[in-house]
Design a protein around this ligand. Sequence first.
Ligand code: ATP
Length: 868
Amino acid sequence: MSEYHQQSSVEVMKVLDVTNQGLSDYDVQRRQEVYGYNELAEGKRTSTVAVFFGQFKDLLVIILLIAAFISFLLGEVESTIVIMIVVILNAILGTVQHVKAEQSLDSLKTLTSPVAKVMRDNRIMEISSEDIVVGDLLYLDAGDYISADGRLLESYNLHINESSLTGESLAVSKSTTPIKEEHVTLGDKKNMVFTGSFVTNGRGTVIVTAIGMETEIGKIANLLDTAKEKKTPLQVSLDHFGEKLALGITIICLAIFTIDLFRGRELVDSFMFAVSLAVAAIPEALSSIITIVLAFGTQKMAKENAIIRKLYAVESLGSVSVICSDKTGTLTENKMSVQHVYVDQKVIPYDQLHVENVIEKKLLLKALLCNDALERDHKEIGDPTEIALVKLGKQYNLDELIVRDHYPRVAEIPFDSDRKLMTTVNQFNQQSIMITKGAVDVLLPRILKVETSKGIFAITEEHRKRIEEINRDFSMNGLRVLAIAYKEVKKNLTIDVKIERDLIFVGLIAMMDPPRKESKAAVESCINAGIKPVMITGDHKITATAIAKQIGLVNEPSEVIEGYEIEGLTDQQLQEKVQDVSVYARVTPEHKIRIVKAWQEKGHVVAMTGDGVNDGPALKQADIGVAMGITGTEVAKDASSMILTDDNFSTIVKAISNGRSMYTNIKNAIQFLLSGNAGAIFAVLYATVLGLPVPFAPVHLLFINLLTDSLPAIAIGLEPHNKNTMKDKPRDIHTPLLNKTFTTQVVLEGLLIAISTIIAFRMGLSTGDTLTASTMAFATLCLSRLVHGFNSRSRESIFTIGVFTNKYTWFAFLIGFLCLHLVLFVPSLTGVFEVASLNGVQLGYIYILSFMPFLINQWYKVLFVRRK
Ligand code: ATP
């Protein structure tokens, strides 16, 4: 049998048993049962069991296990059991955290799975790419990712970028003509399309010939790259810091070990103590805290319509200082409705047209023919600008599909936002009529004649002026204006953009796209947060200015410039200029990249929105590329680090606020971990230097490590977002997290905890019983660290942010508190955990001492931390 590329489209349809109406539901089901889903096999995931055992790979844990084994050999079975329990509980906790974080990231991924447009049962519908079956009729538009292999049935100026398969970076032009040769390379199969490529231009219809692992890319790439999410910059820098810190702590522990030996302590005891101290003091949870906070934070953001695609972007999100946003759909509703029409040299309100009037009807018909949008059963498919025209036609009983059936389309040049024009050629009985619609300033210079009810005349300067004047009036009211023109062309002419000239002008159609009601407040909130909002639009300067004024984005006309003005500026000049510009009109995607770069050169962190296929490079260049979830192309989504499921500008502002809060929470959690660990180290150092007995038994340190590290730190990471975050200026991305202020705070907080612990230890020693002393030290260190969790929630006092506003911190505290008391008072545990029985007074002192660091910390915050 011949190959698909050799067959005619009719033959392929026959072989695959499909009609023009597409497959029926029954066909689809049957094919799915036989051939499965359109998926590329994924690499194996690490199983939960593997994750669990992975927790034991840590060097410290291995040392601990060795220590447990040695204790066992020496007959100290109890301490072996305790160590084992602690190590296993730690591993369970680590596994749960890992699995939870992974689950929430997975659920984000499913939210962004690609979709495809297919014809089934004579209806065009959007389905998840996974559900495509062989034989489906797939509709391709500029910006679509191709998710199955197929043979082209229709191709209008269709250009496809196949670089992921062939390495060729230029888009290739596709056609439907069969190819004679049997063996041709992928790149030469001009009538086929392949999974993994994308449409850069034009439109086409394809019949699917292969899915999933049967596709060309499926054959090459046996396994889908399930490469792990790369670490965020903060994680990388914390990993480095963690390594240095671990080295420092190991040196301290070695020193303590040596001193202990010299003082005549048993080798095994000294060793166990040093190892436990290292385990307790090294914050192994640092970078996993970040993953957890980000994983949960991004889930929350997804519920608020912002889907994060690249975790590391969240960190820069909090530092965004410029948002460059599209106008249409982002700041406005993207619900266009025609307001006025200019035809036959008159401005007519949209509801007062007369279809009996030949020229008025002509305008309406042309607006429906040079148009791809559909409205069926109140469902709208297509570009809102074109839907507005379809709705206008419906008001006058002109149905778009009937009209299009009557005057069939024979050729077209699809709309693209660089050209700002769209052209179709339709058959009117014997005549081929080319219809062009588009931006007035682009179309007007291509007009040769004007049609009115009195006939067709050569265009005069006066006509031109009048059209420009009307266009300006419309635009000043924030209306988007389209001009419609036509000319007769030769039959079967192959058309390209050069033909869009010498046209006959019919009229203008002006439509309104009102600003979203939340835009004004969002713009204001940006300005208060030190973020510069910038509007970038393909629309006319005057329309853009009118809308920008309504939402409080511009005050002075000098803040608005047009794309072509950028072209006259050098990069240096543009950098000087960007600060003063709030609106860029008539912009092309190339201008967008220059704007982003200019801001970045000035040291800013830029979020940039995009929807079109050409927006990819600008989205990648921006620190946060934001794609539109509703109107955005798959290509734009793929290039972005965040997707807005509601296309709404205010969602970006909310996301930035979330980004800021997440960063603060991460910082607070780290501060909590480091300060608590510093407390333990300081206390041990104090005792060692003064030659006092060892303040803690190894099990104490392991117990503290288990209870006071992960849970409270995660709880702090999940602190509810503070509503004042958007009153601050953006965080400077170059300031390291672990700066001087941070380190000073860690040391001071650590000292407070250490002082309480030492006082408790001293009190215990005064009874003459070292076991009581170490019990008091242990209980105070543990409890003061648990209470310290409340301090670390915010830089503000707990009374300002609300004592009960973070239920997780209470949960972590109560669990810790309970476990500590079990250990202190349950007789069967006291032996295992090497604690003395305490009297009420001693317990009272432990409570008071554990509370002291909290009191001092809160006292300082109440008095000295600026309230916002
Ligand atoms: P924004 O950049 O704010 O999102 P936009 O992307 O909608 O705006 P474009 O779609 O690039 O802007 O439109 C630019 C101009 O092209 C519009 O002002 C309009 O005059 C014209 N235009 C828009 N849509 C069409 C269309 N479907 N057919 C013909 N011309 C169009």
